[in-house]
Design a binder for this molecule. Structure first.
Ligand code: PLZ
Length: 451
């Protein structure tokens, strides 16, 4: 059996697994593309690092100028199995030659049903399950809410501070951060209520069950459990800053939901599919959600998302009530089946844990030397550092921007996140070889020293 992360060349194109800078970043051809982008693409669509990518694989992005950058972003936690992962390339190539689309609601096909079977098998819990497929994370979150509402006959939805659930109208309402996601885009969907989350770095001393009680008491007072269709929560908040709740928070919320007939929905769009060193982040504490929402890493870069959960909840909407033209497109389903096979055959859940251990050790050592790193957190290949003024919890977004820019200039793709924009997050593809991961951490060390 081949372990793709240890080979020298991975991905569709054989890309040498080395960082290489032959121009400044972005180089002249990347700048040319950026100029065209500014003329042709709506200004609202921003870009974090304007390099003109021409190929990618393993832990490397190649740009038009011939630079090779180390990828610590995975296209925001999508290419978990690597870019153009071999099995994905083979499966999608075979599918594209066979047929590209029928619309599952018109004439069904095997790939959709197999993805549903696999998700029913892999997601937490041994109860009878059903799955419905969609295109984007936001679309799947919206459908989870539709399903929870028909099942319960209730309308209210509870979400959390720092939550991110998408950019569609309902999911904008569910997302907490105004800029850039919501500003000027209202009015937003009604019946969405926000509760405080557990954020150990900022509410130290409040344990998980106490934080859960704080949230559920607020929901009981302001909404009423009998009006509540669902609680929707990211087990580790992604865009909000990789906020990992204190132990016991998620189990207490899930138990509260169960006692009151509230549908407990885990949004595992960013945390799912081996990313956190478990197949799903809720597995860490043995939490079994009623519904689980997946996307991103599920299909190696092809657009696919899913809602999976208890059969009696999933089957509540009337026949014809769920769907969409492209949901569960044959190419995306072929990719998802190849992703699942890759995760299982290549031991990628363990690989994520190893990557997490390496990153956490090195970043904690850096934190010991640099008091501007207030917190190192996350699990598996989903690790972040929160940057603050030394000795305080006052966010330092400026330093975060400077460090990210300096890392980019050194050929390191890092992303920022967090309500205050002061969190640097690291989401390497699990196909990154060790030497590249270590080099990336060396570069970060140096960049911090100089910023
Ligand atoms: N739920 C937990 O992380 C997407 C957003 C990038 P879509 N996160 C990346 C951006 O700025 O638009 C996300 C997520 C969680 C839902 C979503 C939404 O997934 O596939 O982007 O719709």
């Amino acid at each position: 059996m081949t372990t793709h992360h240890s080979s020298g060349t991975v991905g569709g194109p054989a890309i040498a697994q080395e960082r290489r800078l032959v121009t400044s970043i972005p180089g002249p051809l990347s700048r040319e593309l950026l100029a065209r982008k500014e003329e042709a693409v709506a200004a609202g669509v921003g870009v974090a690092l304007p390099v003109h990518v021409t190929a990618a694989g393993g832990g490397i992005l190649v740009d038009a100028d011939g630079n090779q950058l180390i990828d610590l972003g995975s296209g925001i936690a999508v290419t978990t199995v690597g870019n153009s992962a071999p099995r994905v390339v083979d499966a999608v190539s075979a599918q594209v030659a066979a047929f590209t689309h029928t619309c599952f609601m018109v004439t069904p096909y095997d790939g959709y049903v197999r993805v549903a079977e696999e998700l029913n098998r892999l997601t937490p819990g041994t109860h009878a399950k059903r799955t419905a497929l969609f295109n984007s994370g936001a679309e799947a979150v919206e459908n989870a809410v539709k399903i929870a509402r028909t099942h319960t006959g209730r309308q209210a939805v509870a979400v959390f501070d720092h939550a991110y659930h998408g950019r569609t109208n309902l999911t904008m309402a569910m997302t907490s951060k105004n800029m850039p996601y919501k500003h000027g885009f209202g009015p937003f969907a009604p019946e969405v209520y926000r509760a405080p989350v557990s954020y150990p770095f900022r509410d130290s001393g409040i344990d998980g069950p106490t934080a859960a009680r704080r949230a559920t008491e607020l929901i009981e007072k302001q909404v009423g459990a009998k009006n509540l269709a669902a609680i929707v929560i990211e087990p580790i908040q992604g865009e909000g800053g990789f906020i990992e709740p204190a132990p016991g928070f998620l189990p207490a919320l899930a138990a509260w939901c169960q006692e009151r007939g509230v549908v407990f929905v885990a949004d595992e769009v960013q945390t799912g599919f081996a990313r956190t060193g478990d197949l799903f982040a809720v597995d860490h504490e043995g939490v079994v959600p009623d519904l689980i929402v997946t996307a991103k890493g599920i299909a190696g870069g092809l657009p696919l998302s899913a809602v999976t959960g208890r059969a009696e909840i999933m089957d509540a909407p009337h026949v014809g009530g769920l769907g969409g033209t492209y949901g569960g497109n044959p190419l995306a389903c072929a990719a998802a089946l190849a992703v699942i096979e890759t995760i299982e055959s290549d031991g990628l859940v363990d690989r994520a844990r190893t990557i997490g251990k390496t990153m956490t050790e090195r970043l904690t050592a850096l934190q010991d030397r640099d008091p501007r790193i207030g917190d190192v957190r996350g699990r598996g290949a989903m690790i972040a550092i929160e940057l603050v003024r030394p000795g305080t919890t006052e966010p330092d977004a400026d330093l975060t921007r400077r460090v990210a820019a300096a890392a980019h200039a050194q050929g390191l793709v890092v992303l920022s996140c967090g309500t205050w924009g002061n969190v640097l997050r690291f989401l390497p593809p699990l196909s990154i070889p060790d030497h590249l991961l270590l080099e990336a951490l060396d570069v970060l060390d140096r960049v911090f020293g100089e910023s």
